[in-house]
Design a protein around this ligand. Sequence first.
Ligand SMILES: Cc1cc2nc3c(=O)[nH]c(=O)nc-3n(C[C@H](O)[C@H](O)[C@H](O)COP(=O)(O)OP(=O)(O)OC[C@H]3O[C@@H](n4cnc5c(N)ncnc54)[C@H](O)[C@@H]3O)c2cc1C
Length: 572
Amino acid sequence: MRPPYIQSPEVPSHDVLIIGAGLAGQRAALAAAQTGASVAIVSKVHPVRSHSVAAAGGINAALNPEDTWESHAFDTIKGSDYLGDQDAIEIMCREAPDEILWLEHAGVTFHRNETGHLGTRAFGGASAARTYYVADITGHAILHVLYEQLMKHHETVDRYEEWFTTGLLQDDGGHCVGAICRNLRDGHLEVFNAKATILASGGVGQAYNPTTNGLIVTGDGMAQAYRIGARLMDMEMVQYHPTTLAGNGLLITEGARGEGAWLLNAKGERFMERYAPNKVELASRDVVSRAEQTEINEGRGFPDGTVALDITKVPRKRTLEALREIVNIGRDFAGVDITRQPIHIRPGNHYMMGGVKTDVDGETSIPGLYAAGEVACVSVHGGNRLGANSLLDTLIFGRRSGVHAAQRATQMPMPSTDNSRVSDAQKEIDAIINRDPKGRRIGAIKKELGETMNQYVAVFRDAEGLDKALEIVLRLKEEAAKAPIDDRGSIFNQDVISAIELGYMLDCAEAIVVASQERKESRGAQFRLDFPKRDDEHWLKHIDISVNGTELPNVTYSPVTITRWQPEERTY
Ligand SMILES: Cc1cc2nc3c(=O)[nH]c(=O)nc-3n(C[C@H](O)[C@H](O)[C@H](O)COP(=O)(O)OP(=O)(O)OC[C@H]3O[C@@H](n4cnc5c(N)ncnc54)[C@H](O)[C@@H]3O)c2cc1C
């Protein structure tokens, strides 16, 4: 086998090119390879460093004989505040049990209970305990197993590890025919020809500060697709997770509340009893985050702008066994032994419900371009994602995209893109390297972007704040286009990459703000103080965002697919 880091003498040409090697990308690669297609999988970091490795609490499926996929689907639809597309949600929930069994047979060591059966834990917004888990390292466990499985297909799957995609390629007919990628080890660029391209490049958490997301989660795929005309959908729906550490934004998994932890305000009150009398701490994330923020805003939080998560309610032995990563996080990042005392937390940026609009096979509005995982919006999460439904989304729609893209590849010749595209891309990189050294650095601009989004486009929003956010984002876009970098070399030049990523984050931020301004109601993660009610009559529809030259993005609408569950009042 050709080692993945050695450049091929030929232009890389594959039936299916996958950009991203987290759970969605690796699942897509496996599915495509199993059909016999030739596959390239590109990742800007080593695949098992993809952000999916951080997923903690688990993955949902109605696998227990007493549970049903319909119940899982209804919980997901209610959790989405009726914005999720019910045809897609039905597919995801119906296919979930087989996916879990497939993973288990592939080698994922899911927790088993005392009777030897697969064990579950409760998660927010779910009417049954249907979250399957590996302690609190579920993403890590699944990602490593998928990577092992990928090795079996080394003859047909070429891995381009530490390669960075700078842009998508289109032919004269507007079809996506591959991408341009930069080898981070030596800085050289190459055209990757592909009959079908799948974006699996993750979310855009780094547009916020703080966030639970790692430094690599910078919205690359969303912005790249948007720049070639693909539609983005539900971009206003940005999830704030109820339990993140103040300051650094690190996540305390929902698994803690699933195991029985309580939320307390500074007066020691279990305040969720007032906001969600039935589900209490296990209401959906948007509801719990709003409740916490209300307690903090109304003066019942702690002076550091937090409330407390009391994990001492969970038996210590169980915490040490099933929540060991957050024991470490509490100790190392907050100086708290969570088995003995409450830990201060607050809502923090966590997940992007919106993304590149796709159908249930991952196809986007650009022929030949697919998207799956957090970069995509199918939309199975609508206004609010239920905990443990994202891993499921990555796997189900990653697999479906891989199969569909491979089928498409059987029907067409290999495209061949002119190598002049490489010199255009090289000129853009040279222009970044040769920028005037005066001016604010990338890091400072990124910090202002993140803090702006966290201030104005967070748990509560209003017109004034959103207008201010847009003004700042547009100013930062201009500044970012000229921001100097310090590293002028070619080997692992992270400065160049950061400059490109900042552009992606700003495009995504602009789309998020514009969509939030547009939706004049409160639904799911979008709570408008100036429009505090859900308004099904006018806003039971998706907001789609697309490019409009250099002007502000185009806003259009698309219908929400409702199969059998009519919208009703949402209480927990
Ligand atoms: C701390 C944390 C805990 C979570 N826990 C859970 C949980 O318990 N259950 C659950 O359901 N969900 C959870 N989530 C959400 C879930 O982990 C993510 O939504 C999901 O893993 C995203 O997977 P992905 O494959 O779409 O993207 P990622 O895993 O983010 O992978 C993106 C890939 O794209 C590559 N990439 C990006 N841009 C480029 C580029 N320009 N060029 C080349 N490669 C590129 C990256 O290198 C990477 O390989 C959690 C999220 C966080 C942050």
